[in-house]
Design a protein. Structure first.
Length: 482
């Protein structure tokens, strides 16, 4: 009876004894190269599938939004271009944000815990071929801006049908290719067994910590839970609604996990990020070996990103250096930490140049990313300010007073909102139209507590303010702007 070896087809052995290579090539080196290449392809495939899954979500959002915005509500006798342009403008900004998030998350996944032997990450060409969401939405906006939508609902439907259908077709075609690519990558991934298919029975890691470190960390977390930051947030939407959020002690405590993920919450990690020389860093790691982990390395690297955003380049470079020290130490293991620092302090050319080059390249990427973020924020702020000024100009009457524009086709809700708006003082009207948080707070502070709560309630009911409240406050009926 012949032996069936098919059950071993899904095994991939990089160090197979039967492996053949060129006589002039060292077999051990070739085996290590094959191992690195196999792990690199698996990792790139995993990152690619995750990026395509996130793009699928964005495609669904854009298609749904386009259909909802360009489909007139029942009973409408005419499509109003200003309203439609406003909604499309919001979608256009959202598309820009979504694309930036896709790029940022994909690049972050490529760099996260990357093996130094793999070199610089090379983004997958298929992942980079995302649909031009902004251009597609802008084409619909140009149709609306013309005279094509000024007629009846049926005429407007026909005018909007072509650009909307074209945009949806482009996204659906991309989604079809994306599904085929995902299917192909999954089939390729399932051809061979990997360690991801195995289940771990038991694993436990114990890190020695001093009692003082545990006490300091516990005290720091307790102090964070006692903090309540009260603020009123400036609205980003282009409508008349001004958002006001409320927070309380339980709400602040519920966000502790998010704060810990975004800031250095462990005191020794904060102290290590501020060190400026190798000797002090080596001694500090000896006292706090728990810092040698990817978790604290990422935490300090994120702090460097924030320092660069705050225009503190020297502090950002220092954080990058300290983060990479922890990253290198975690890769070398406990036995390699002393040797690593010894080589850096000795000034050996190869080790020092490689580490310094890694620091410079990492900081350069952070610097370039911050430049893009600040440029984008400036453009968005200018666009938002221009939209607010345009809204103020549209509401300014010839005699200098302010009034919300209404006409015969305005709904009862819009008429009610205009009536309530007309009863407000001029300064408060101006603050609402310009989304001026300081102006709104100044007017509310001039009123008594009861009158202020009553005013906020009225504005919330007619849609001039959007109030977000905690569950506990809703149960008590409390209304408070913070």
């Amino acid at each position: 009876m012949p032996v069936d070896y098919s059950k071993w087809d899904k095994l991939e052995l990089s160090d197979d004894e039967e492996f053949e290579c060129h006589p002039n090539v060292d077999k051990a080196s070739m085996v290590r190269w094959r191992q690195a290449d196999i792990h690199k392809k698996r990792r790139e495939r995993k990152d690619k599938l995750a990026a395509l899954a996130r793009e699928t979500e964005v495609n669904t959002r854009v298609i749904t939004a386009l259909k909802q915005i360009t489909t007139p509500s029942e009973g409408e006798s005419q499509i109003r271009p200003p309203v439609l342009l406003g909604k499309l403008g919001v979608l256009h900004r959202d598309c820009h944000t979504w694309v930036e998030d896709l790029k940022e998350q994909y690049m972050a996944s490529l760099w996260k815990e990357r093996d130094a032997r793999w070199g610089e990450p090379d983004p997958d060409p298929f992942v980079e071929q995302r649909p031009p969401y902004g251009d597609l939405v802008e084409a619909v906006m140009q149709t609306v801006a013309g005279d094509a939508t000024a007629g009846s609902v049926e005429d407007a439907k026909k005018a909007l049908e072509e650009p909307t259908s074209r945009a949806i077709h482009v996204i659906k075609e991309r989604q079809r290719k994306l599904d085929e690519e995902v299917k192909r990558e999954n089939e390729e991934a399932n051809k061979k067994m990997t360690t991801d298919d195995l289940k771990e029975g038991f694993n436990k890691t114990v890190v020695s910590k001093t009692k003082t470190d545990d006490a300091a960390q516990a005290a720091e977390k307790q102090s964070q839970k006692g903090k309540v930051i009260e603020t009123i947030h400036s609205p980003k939407a282009g409508g008349l609604t001004t958002a006001a959020t409320t927070s309380s002690q339980p709400a602040a405590a519920s966000t502790d996990d998010d704060e810990e993920a975004d800031h250095i919450t462990y005191a020794p990690a904060q102290q290590f990020s501020e060190l400026g020389n190798m000797d002090a860093s080596f001694q500090f790691i000896g006292k706090h070996p728990e810092l040698v982990s990817q978790h604290y390395s990422d935490m300090i690297l994120a702090e460097g990103f924030r320092k660069e955003l705050d225009a503190q380049p020297k502090a950002a470079q220092r954080c990058v250096t300290q983060a990479l020290l922890l990253q290198y130490c975690s890769l070398l293991g406990h036995d390699g930490i002393s040797l690593f620092f010894a080589r850096l302090r000795s000034g050996k050319q190869n080790a020092t140049e490689m580490f310094n080059r890694d620091v410079v390249d990492t900081y350069k990427r952070i610097h370039e990313r911050v430049k893009v973020i600040k440029s984008t924020q400036k453009q968005e702020e200018e666009a938002e300010q221009a939209a607010l000024l345009q809204r103020l100009q549209a509401c300014t009457q010839p005699d200098g007073t302010l009034a919300l524009p209404i006409n015969e086709e305005s709904t009862n809700e819009e008429k009610k909102r205009a009536e309530v708006f007309a009863t407000f003082p001029h300064d408060f009207q101006h603050a609402l139209l310009m989304s001026d948080v300081d102006g709104i707070n100044a007017h509310l502070s001039s009123l008594s507590k009861e009158d202020g709560q009553k005013l906020v309630k009225i504005c919330n009911e007619v849609g001039l303010l959007s109030l977000e409240m905690d569950e506990d406050e809703e149960g008590e009926g409390a209304e408070q702007t913070q």
